[in-house]
Write a protein that binds this ligand. Structure first.
Ligand SMILES: [Zn+2]
Length: 665
């Protein structure tokens, strides 16, 4: 989702609950400033979520892990005149634990009143306290058994943040927006991301002048007792927070997406009539956008159904599956791209828990830039990212998802996370990046994933160890600050380039990143990528022709600062030698890292504190660069050595380096 921060919206967020009979900003002037898109963010959503549950306990039950939902039927009458929902929700599930007697559903317990509960059609006992509906199945159920629970209820969840009776122009507009934990405030469900229902049916009754937009396909519409009933079917797996209803006397217009294979799919737009022309102009690009994303991410995930936009009154958009809810008076391309991209990243592959919301929001935000790259070229992509930088503190990984502000933190979950997607693309390269996305999709489509799942897919395709990358960017804070210096020494036809890169950040640890460098020479550009991981690191390179200048990461593949430095101490790299150990202190094993400026004879030996030789680990030729040698705390005879201090002595190229090791027991 994306939200625009407007003064009235912020005021709304702090308004008392009882005052909220409508939602969102009033129509107004759209800022005509570059980077306007950077204002879209999740604060409004946070306010909504906080209202939904903050003042009442969010009770999740471990019992919920004992069943797997496969179907919901929502049969709801939405009476906006009396502001009343009267509903019947049926859930079908399979028992997946050893024994299940009580079925626990999340259900807000003040706004929603349970009228009756049935199990397989028969009246059942239940309790409904502290936002948890516990239904007695009447007998123990065992693994593999099917259960069906039906709940009759009524209530008015308006003001809890996830459901509202609003106004747009002079008509009532009914909206929902349940992410992250709001579904339970308007219908009983197992409200956990990782348990998607295989399908959902919605029978929604409204006033005869209203039209209902929802998930999947509209399969029926009829008049029943003076009410207009719309029957929607979602036949792709769906999370509870993506189940949505929007109702209004909409004007409906349709466009068509044609896939590469020639399949066609409707794009259905439900708009407020007074904005018809703006909507036709703004949404006209949608089919082209679906094609662009299908090229990059694979076919649109809900191709047998539809995509659509349904106007609502919040100040932004929400990626409801197959039917994004959109602010009714604004039609910017970035917002359209963002919510559409979520259909792949968020809806088809959903973050397993809100710790990993960046997998939804980072990808959707990055996709705004990706769309610009497809439509306007690489510079538009880079400009969009540049307008989107965040270099402050905090981890992208959401430490505490009960803190809604941190789930929808626009700096971290949106902006910095979009840079992580961009940097990942830079680190593995385009071919592996898109192949990695395809593998990630193949493994987790219509299910849920976390950061490690994405890392695994990207590592498998690229063959790279991306552990440090995800560790520093998702679980770490801040960003690297580099000082870059170079010195050209003519060498016949070529130039010897001495490069020094320092990492000078003081608020976090060292980063391991490949850094693109462009050398500008009399023969054109010469690109190299330098692996960088140390506080001070030297490189000596041969550049063809006469070197004129060197540029540090000129296309901005890294979220960083870079400053110019000077080289005063060019080391003789052919004889350079370094030795480090990690972990240290250690038990039972440590890894010694011996880095040589040039290949050649080398020796690595261990001595105890008294200088006695304990073991020779290396005695022979080693290649240039980093060599990692493990020591398992055993001597030359294979005996475990005593705890204490040891010295590793490395020798190569006429140099000698010593590292002090501590074996602790
Ligand atoms: Zn989003």
């Amino acid at each position: 989702m994306r939200f625009v921060m407007l003064a009235c919206l912020v005021a709304l967020a702090t308004a008392p609950i009882s005052a909220q009979t409508t939602s969102g900003p009033t129509p107004g002037e759209v800022p005509d400033t570059p980077g306007f898109w950077r204002q879209w963010e999740g604060e409004a959503k946070t306010a909504a979520a906080a209202r939904a549950v903050n003042d009442r306990p969010v009770k999740l039950s471990t019992e919920q892990d004992l069943y797997d939902v496969h179907f919901y039927d929502l049969d709801l009458d939405l009476d906006h005149v009396n502001e009343l929902i009267t509903g019947t929700v049926t859930m079908r599930a399979t028992v997946v634990g050893p024994l299940l007697r009580m079925v626990d559903l999340n259900m807000q317990s003040i706004a929603l009143i349970v009228d009756a509960v049935r199990v397989a059609g028969q009246p059942a006992a239940y309790t409904h306290v502290a936002n948890l509906l516990s239904v007695d199945l009447g007998s123990d159920h065992t693994m593999g058994q099917e259960i069906e629970v039906t709940v009759d209820y009524h209530g008015n969840p308006n003001g809890l943040g996830a459901f509202g009776w609003a106004w747009a122009d002079t008509e009532r507009l009914i909206w929902t927006l349940s992410e992250p934990f709001g579904a339970r405030t308007w219908w009983p469900c197992k409200d956990l991301n990782h348990d998607k229902a295989d399908s959902v049916d919605l029978h929604i009754a409204v006033d005869p002048n209203m039209i209902v937009a929802s998930n999947g396909l509209l399969v029926g519409e009829e008049m029943v007792d003076g009410r207009r009933v719309f029957h929607w079917q979602e036949r792709y797996p769906i999370c509870t927070y993506l189940v949505s209803v929007a109702a209004y006397p909409y004007l409906v217009f349709t466009d068509t997406y044609t896939s590469e294979s020639g399949a066609t799919m409707p794009i259905v737009n439900y708009v407020v009539p007074s904005y018809e022309q703006e909507a036709r102009d703004g949404y006209g690009v949608t089919a082209e956008m679906i094609s662009a994303f299908a090229d990059g991410f694979g076919e649109y995930p809900f191709i047998d159904e539809k995509y659509g936009h349904a106007a609502f009154t919040w100040g932004g958009g929400m990626e409801h599956q197959t039917c994004s809810s959109m602010i009714y008076w604004y039609f910017g391309e970035g917002l359209t791209a963002h919510e559409l991209a979520h259909q792949w990243w968020g809806d088809m592959v959903t973050c397993k828990s809100f710790h990993h919301i960046w997998l939804n929001e980072g990808f959707a935000t990055w996709s705004e830039a990706y769309w610009l790259e497809q439509s306007d070229g690489p510079q538009a992509y880079r400009d969009d990212l540049a307008n989107n930088r965040y270099t402050g503190g905090g981890t992208i990984y959401v430490e505490n998802p009960d803190n809604f502000g941190s789930i929808f933190d626009s700096n971290l979950s949106y902006n910095k996370a979009s840079w992580v997607v961009h940097m990942l693309r830079g680190v593995v390269g385009d071919e592996d990046f898109f192949a990695g996305l395809a593998l990630y999709r193949e493994r987790f489509e219509y299910g849920a994933a976390d950061t490690e799942d994405l890392q695994g897919a990207m590592e498998e395709v690229s063959g790279q160890d991306l552990g440090p990358f995800f560790q520093q960017w998702i679980y770490g804070e801040y960003y690297p600050r580099y000082r870059f210096a170079y010195l050209f020494v003519p060498d016949g036809e070529n130039t010897t380039a001495h490069v020094r890169i320092d990492q000078i950040q003081t608020n976090t640890g060292l980063f391991t990143m490949p850094i693109p460098i462009r050398f500008i020479t009399d023969q054109g550009d010469h690109w190299v990528t330098l692996e960088n991981e140390r506080e001070v690191q030297y490189y000596t390179l041969t550049v063809p022709g006469e070197g004129w200048a060197a540029q540090f990461d000129p296309d901005e593949w890294i979220l960083r600062d870079a400053f110019a430095g000077t080289i005063t101490d060019v080391p003789s790299t052919s004889s350079a030698l370094s030795l480090t150990a990690y972990p240290n202190p250690f038990n039972p094993q440590t890894t010694l890292r011996m880095e040589l400026g040039a290949a050649g004879p080398a020796r690595l030996a261990l001595h105890d504190a008294a200088g006695r030789l304990v073991r020779v680990l290396v005695d022979g030729d080693l290649p240039a660069g980093a060599n990692e040698i493990a020591w398992n705390g055993r001597d030359g005879q294979g005996r475990t050595v005593a705890a204490g201090v040891y010295f590793a002595v490395a020798e190569a190229g006429g140099k000698r380096e010593t590292a002090r090791l501590a074996l602790v027991k």
